[in-house]
Design a protein around this ligand. Structure first.
Ligand code: PHE
Length: 347
C-alpha cells in the first residue's frame, strides 16, 4: 500500500522545484491512490479515501502557492526611486549600455570649441565659492544693494572671514582668478583670453524660463587698447557661428558693478527674422546676455594697471542659447533627468 505521509513529502519537494506545478495534481501517484481504494477491505476504504482527499487538498494548496511565487518572479523589477515612467518602458531604457552625453554638455563642447578657435582658453568654475569672488573682487563692496540682485544661495559653512560660503550665482566669480592666472600673458604682449562655461545657482521662483541650477559662459579678454567694438564683434561672431547664420545684434545700456559701461545684449530672433514668434515673445529680439568693459577697480583687484590695459567681459546663459537652438519650451527639462526628453538628443 502507498505510504501517504512519505508521498506528501515527495510531492511537496517536486512542487517546490517545478515551473509547472499544476501537472503534479494530475500525476500518476494520485491515479494509483484512487485506483487502490476499491481493492481495500470495505471498512478501510472510508478512512483511506479521506486521507487521499486530504492529501489532494494539501497538494493543491502547495501548487497554488508555488504558482503565486512563479508569477511574482515574472514581473520586472520595480525601481521605486526611478523618475517618471522608466519602469513601464524598461526595454528602451537607455539608447546604449553606456548612456549618452547630456545635451547641455554637448553644447558646452561646441561653445568651447568656437571660442577656442577665436583664441580663448577654457577654464572651469566651482560649485562652492566665497563672497570675495562673488562680490568684493567684482566691485560690490559689503552692503552694496546690487548684491541682492543675484539671489545667491548661502550655505551654513563660513570662510576664514566668517562670511557664509555661497553657491556661485554667476560665472563672474572666476574673473579675478583667471586674470591672476594668465597675468603673465600681458607682460609677454599676449592678451588674457579665457572663457568659463560652468554651473551657476540662484534662489529663484521656478517657471518655464527660470531654473535654480543653470549654466553660464563667462568671457574675459584683457589687453592694450581693447574697446567695446571688439566685445560686440566677438559676441556677434560667436553667435553667428553657433546658430550657423547671420544675425543682427542690439546693444542696450545696462548696469553691473563690475563693468563700465555695461550692456545688455540682444540678438534678432533666429526663428522668425524679427517678425515676432512664440520664442521671442512676439518682440523679434531675444535678450541673451550681460556684458561690458571690465571696471578699472576689477582690473586693479587682479593687479592689472587700468591705465595701461583695458578689457571686456560677458556672461551668457547657456540654457537659454540651447533652448533657442532646439526650440525647447521649458528650461526645467534640462535638469529633470526626464528620459523621454533626453532620448531626443541621444543620436
Ligand atoms: N555676471 C552677470 C550676470 O550673471 C553677467 C555679466 C558678466 C555681465 C560679465 C557683465 C560682465 O548677470
Amino acid at each position: 500500500m502507498i505510504d501517504i505521509a512519505s508521498l506528501k513529502v515527495e510531492l511537496e519537494s517536486r512542487i517546490a522545484a517545478s515551473d509547472t506545478p499544476a501537472d503534479i495534481l494530475k500525476s500518476k501517484e494520485f491515479r494509483e491512490l484512487y485506483a487502490s481504494i476499491p481493492t481495500l477491505a470495505v471498512d478501510e476504504r472510508k478512512e483511506f479515501g479521506q486521507k487521499v482527499n486530504e492529501l489532494k487538498e494539501t497538494i493543491a494548496r502547495a501548487v497554488a502557492k508555488r504558482q503565486e511565487q512563479l508569477s511574482a518572479k515574472e514581473l520586472p523589477a520595480i525601481d521605486i526611486t526611478a523618475p517618471f515612467d522608466v519602469n513601464a518602458a524598461m526595454p528602451a531604457l537607455l539608447p546604449s549600455d553606456q548612456g549618452t552625453i547630456h545635451p547641455l554638455m554637448n553644447e558646452i563642447e561646441t561653445i568651447s570649441d568656437i571660442f577656442n578657435r577665436m583664441g580663448f582658453v577654457t577654464e572651469e568654475s566651482r560649485e562652492i565659492d566665497d563672497q570675495y569672488h562673488m562680490f568684493e573682487s567684482l566691485n560690490f563692496p559689503k552692503g552694496h544693494p546690487a548684491r541682492d540682485d543675484w539671489d545667491t544661495f548661502m550655505t551654513v559653512e563660513t570662510d576664514a572671514s566668517g562670511d557664509p560660503l555661497i553657491a556661485p550665482a554667476h560665472t563672474s566669480t572666476m574673473q579675478n582668478r583667471v586674470m591672476r592666472k594668465y597675468h603673465d600673458n600681458l607682460e609677454n604682449n599676449q592678451p588674457i583670453a579665457v572663457i568659463v562655461p560652468d554651473r551657476t545657482f540662484r534662489n529663484e521662483d521656478l517657471d518655464a524660463r527660470h531654473e535654480h541650477t543653470f549654466y553660464q559662459v563667462e568671457g574675459v579678454y584683457v589687453a592694450k587698447g581693447v574697446h567695446a567694438g571688439m566685445l560686440i564683434a566677438t559676441l556677434q561672431a560667436f553667435l553667428e557661428e553657433y546658430y550657423g547664420r547671420q544675425l543682427e545684434v542690439r546693444v542696450n545700456p545696462f548696469y553691473f558693478p563690475f563693468t563700465e559701461p555695461s550692456f545688455e545684449f540682444a540678438l534678432s530672433c533666429p526663428f522668425c527674422d524679427k517678425q515676432g514668434c512664440n520664442i521671442c515673445s512676439q518682440s523679434g529680439w531675444i535678450e541673451l546676455l550681460g556684458c561690458g568693459m571690465i571696471h578699472p577697480n576689477v582690473l586693479k583687484e587682479a593687479d592689472i594697471d587700468p591705465t595701461i590695459y583695458t578689457g571686456f567681459a560677458f556672461g551668457c546663459g547657456i540654457d537659454r542659447l540651447v533652448m533657442m537652438k532646439y526650440q525647447i519650451e521649458d528650461i526645467r527639462h534640462l535638469e529633470s533627468g526626464k528620459l523621454d526628453f533626453l532620448r531626443q538628443f541621444s543620436a
